[in-house]
Design a protein around this ligand. Structure first.
Ligand code: ASP
Length: 322
């Protein structure tokens, strides 16, 4: 991992769908990351575009997003097109879903048009799994409620391993609204499997009830939680999933849990910052550090998203043809 090579083969997965990181064999995670490194080299120009295999030629990817998204939807679209695929974006606000159609009916209708891959984002945990039982296409979970966001975790791991050359042994603090974050959950599985030294930092009111199952140290104070960390991963305050009483106010949240230059001094001297986006500036992160090109990996995460999604799309198509 961490190197560029033309010889990295496409990946085949044991599962027909990509619904989550939980339970994914470490060998498959590593293979997807190795292939993502290859695609990242195409994106950064060190390998020519002509070397991109057109493994999605003649294939159709449907983006079905029931929640708003800019970067994830566009990222899947760019990734599919780079591999020669066609992409259809279904805008739920203008679709029959708004007329009361159920998820299964929508899935059955789309299935009848024979797409090869369905990329779904939904506010309900488990929606991609449900969909996968009713369609012939391979399903990719692009974020389901508080559950998982597997391609985000893969792109985060890719970003980290390109920067540090490794993941094992790095001290990584995942900070903020853990309870509502599918990004945190997928990263706990993935970065934990790859040997990172993880810790969680969050107000007690924003910790999930099942947090103990991860066996990761939990801090309710940001400065102690990020002490000596190599990476500080901030999460968005996901107010759309909150009940309303989790934090006193966004201003107080920023004072205690928002990352600014002063608090960042507690991390390792060369610590780097990550955030899955979209950012709430001045709520979970201060603009000065979010925009510091020497410390922030946030734009790199977006770039790596395309590479990681190319590896995932390709794996599901290659797997289906075996
Ligand atoms: N974009 C990420 C997600 O869909 C993170 C966020 O929305 O805060 O989960």
């Amino acid at each position: 991992m961490g190197t560029t090579t033309k010889t990295v083969p496409p990946v085949t997965l044991t599962q027909r769908h990509l619904l989550g990181i939980e339970g994914m064999p470490v060998t498959e995670i590593e293979a997807l990351l190795a292939r993502s490194h290859f695609f990242a080299s195409v994106i950064d120009g060190s390998i020519p575009d002509s070397d991109i295999p057109q493994s999605l030629a003649g294939k159709t990817v449907v983006n079905l997003f029931f929640e708003n998204s800019t970067r994830t939807r566009v990222s899947f679209e760019v990734a599919a097109k780079k591999l020669g695929g066609s992409v259809l974006n279904i805008a739920v606000s203008g679709s029959s879903v708004k007329k009361g159609e159920t998820l299964i009916d929508t899935a059955t209708t789309l299935n009848a048009m024979h797409p090869d891959i369905l990329v779904i984002r939904h506010h309900a945990a488990g929606a991609p799994l449900l969909l996968s039982r009713h369609v012939d296409a391979a399903v990719i979970n692009a974020g389901d409620g508080r559950h998982e966001h597997p391609t985000q975790a893969l792109l985060d791991a890719l970003t980290i391993s390109r920067k540090f050359g490794r993941i094992a042994g790095l001290k990584i603090a995942i900070c903020g609204d853990i309870a509502n974050s599918r990004v945190a959950r997928s990263n706990l599985y993935l970065l934990g499997t790859l040997g990172a030294e993880l810790r969680l930092v969050s107000p007690a009111t924003l910790l999930p009830a099942d947090i103990d199952q991860f066996g990761v140290p939990v801090f309710t104070d940001l400065e102690s939680g990020i002490a000596d960390c190599d990476i500080v991963m901030m999460l968005r305050l996901q107010t759309e999933r909150m009940q309303g009483r989790e934090i006193p106010s966004q201003h107080e949240y920023f004072n205690m849990f928002g990352l600014d230059e002063a608090k960042l001094m507690r991390a390792a001297p060369q610590a780097l910052i990550m955030h899955p986006g979209p950012m709430n500036r001045g709520v979970e992160i201060d603009s000065v550090i979010a925009d510091d090109i020497d410390r922030s990996l946030i734009t790199t995460q977006v770039e790596m998203g395309v590479a990681a999604r190319m590896a995932c799309l390709e794996a599901l198509i290659v797997g289906a043809s075996i």
